[in-house]
Design a protein around this ligand. Structure first.
Ligand code: UD1
Length: 345
C-alpha cells in the first residue's frame, strides 16, 4: 500500500515543490494549509504537473489543536513534513508574539496529534539561520548553533529542540516519534514547468523574487545591501539551493524514515550545494543567463544579515544519497520563467 505523507503548509513555495516530488516518487500526499500567506495558485500548479486532480487538500490552521487532531484522525498519515510557519525575519522582530505563537503553537499541535494517532515520522523544515554568524565556513551539522538574531530564527531553534526532546521522551514507547531536521540554506528558483514558484505577498524580502520583480518592471531598482563586507567582491555570500533539488532531499529523508534506516532517533542534515555565491555574482548570473540588464544599486547593509554562510552538505550526500544537481544558471532561468508566467508573458 502507498504510504501517506501530510505536508503542512503544502500550498506554499517549498511545500508545493515537495508535494510534486513526493507524488512523483509514489507517495500519497495530503496537503494542508491555512492559506495565510498564499493562494491556490501553486496547489493548482501541483495538480497540473502531477496530472492528479484528486490530491486531498485541507484548509487547516495547525494552531487549532482540534483541527490538527481531526486531520490525523481523517487520514492514515505515515509521516508529516511540517512547513506551516511564518518566515519573514523583519516581521518577526516587529511581531515576536505572533511568531512564537504561530510557529511554536502549530508545531506543538502537529506533534501532539501525530503522537495520538500513531504517526511516528516527523520531518521539520529548519534553516541555516540556526547557525547565526558562523565562525568557520562551510558549516557542518556539528557547527555550533549561535544565539538567534531574530524571533523567526529563535522559533526554528526551539522547534528543533522540541522535536529532539519529543524523540528522546518517546523512544521505545508505542508512541515513538522519529525526527529529521532539514536545515535549508537559501532555496531559490521554480519548477521547470513554470507552473509553481515563489509568490511573495507585497514587497519581497528575499533576493531572487526581488530580482525577478525588478526585471519584469514591478520594482524599479534592486538594492544590494552592502558592498563593504569582507568577502571577495564586498557583497554577502550565500548557498543558493535550487527548489527542486531541495524538494528531492525531502523524498530521500522521508524514505529513510519510513524504511526504518535511521541510525539515530533524530537526525539533522544541511541541505545546500556547498558553493558560496555572492549577491553580485547572483545578479550577474541572472543577467547573463536571461540576456537582460537589471537595474540595481548598492545600498547600506541590512540589519541582521550575516556576512557569509554556506553548507558542507557531505552528510546529506553520503547518508541520504542526495546531492544538489542544478546549476545556478538553470535555477535563475527557471525563476525568470516563473515570473514571466505570472505576468502572463
Ligand atoms: C533569510 C533568513 C533565512 C530564511 C530565508 C528565507 C536569516 C539570517 N536569514 O535568509 O533564515 O530561511 O531568508 O526566507 O534569518 N539581499 C539584497 N537585496 C534584497 C534582498 C536581499 O541585497 O533586496 C541580499 C541580502 O543582504 C543577503 C542575500 O541577498 O545577503 C540573501 O538575502 P535573502 O534572500 O533575504 O536571504 P537570507 O537573508 O540569506
Amino acid at each position: 500500500m502507498k504510504k501517506t505523507v501530510l505536508v503542512s503548509g503544502g500550498a506554499g513555495f517549498i511545500g508545493s515543490h515537495v508535494t510534486v516530488e513526493l507524488i512523483q516518487a509514489g507517495y500519497e500526499v495530503v496537503v494542508a494549509d491555512n492559506m495565510s500567506n498564499c493562494d491556490l495558485t501553486c496547489f493548482e500548479g501541483v495538480k497540473k504537473i502531477t496530472g492528479r486532480d484528486d490530491i486531498p487538500f485541507e484548509k487547516t490552521d495547525f494552531c487549532d489543536a482540534a483541527a490538527a487532531d481531526a486531520l490525523f484522525a481523517k487520514y492514515p498519515i505515515d509521516a508529516v513534513i511540517h512547513f506551516a510557519a511564518f518566515k519573514a525575519v523583519g516581521e518577526s522582530v516587529a511581531k515576536p508574539v505572533m511568531y512564537y505563537k504561530n510557529n511554536l503553537g502549530s508545531f506543538l499541535n502537529v506533534l501532539e496529534a501525530a503522537g495520538a494517532h500513531g504517526c511516528h515520522n516527523v520531518l521539520f523544515s529548519s534553516s541555516a539561520t540556526v547557525y547565526g554568524e558562523p565562525d568557520v565556513v562551510p558549516v557542518t551539522e556539528r557547527s555550533p548553533r549561535k544565539p538567534a538574531t531574530s524571533p523567526y530564527g529563535a522559533t526554528k531553534q526551539m522547534c528543533e529542540d522540541i522535536l529532539r526532546d519529543t524523540v528522546r521522551a518517546t523512544a521505545g514507547t508505542p508512541g515513538e516519534i522519529k525526527g529529521i531536521l532539514l536545515r535549508y540554506f537559501n532555496p531559490i528558483g521554480a519548477h521547470p514547468s513554470a507552473l509553481i514558484g515563489e509568490l511573495p505577498r507585497g514587497v519581497p524580502n528575499n533576493l531572487v523574487p526581488f530580482i525577478t520583480q525588478t526585471a519584469i518592471g514591478k520594482r524599479e531598482c534592486l538594492s544590494i545591501f552592502g558592498n563593504d563586507y569582507p568577502t571577495p567582491d564586498g557583497t554577502c555570500q550565500r548557498d543558493y539551493i535550487d527548489i527542486v533539488d531541495l524538494a528531492k532531499a525531502h523524498v530521500c529523508a522521508v524514505a529513510r524514515m519510513m524504511d526504518g534506516k535511521m541510525t539515530e532517533g533524530c537526525e539533522v542534515y544541511n541541505i545546500g550545494t556547498g558553493r558560496p555565491v555572492s549577491v553580485l555574482e547572483l545578479v550577474n548570473a541572472f543577467q547573463k543567463v536571461n540576456g537582460l540588464k537589471l537595474n540595481y544599486r548598492f545600498a547600506p547593509r541590512r540589519e541582521g544579515d550575516v556576512t557569509a554562510i554556506w553548507a558542507d552538505p557531505s552528510l546529506a550526500n553520503k547518508v541520504l544519497g542526495w546531492k544538489a544537481g542544478r546549476s545556478v544558471e538553470d535555477t535563475l532561468a527557471a525563476a525568470w520563467a516563473w515570473e514571466k508566467h505570472l505576468a502572463g508573458k
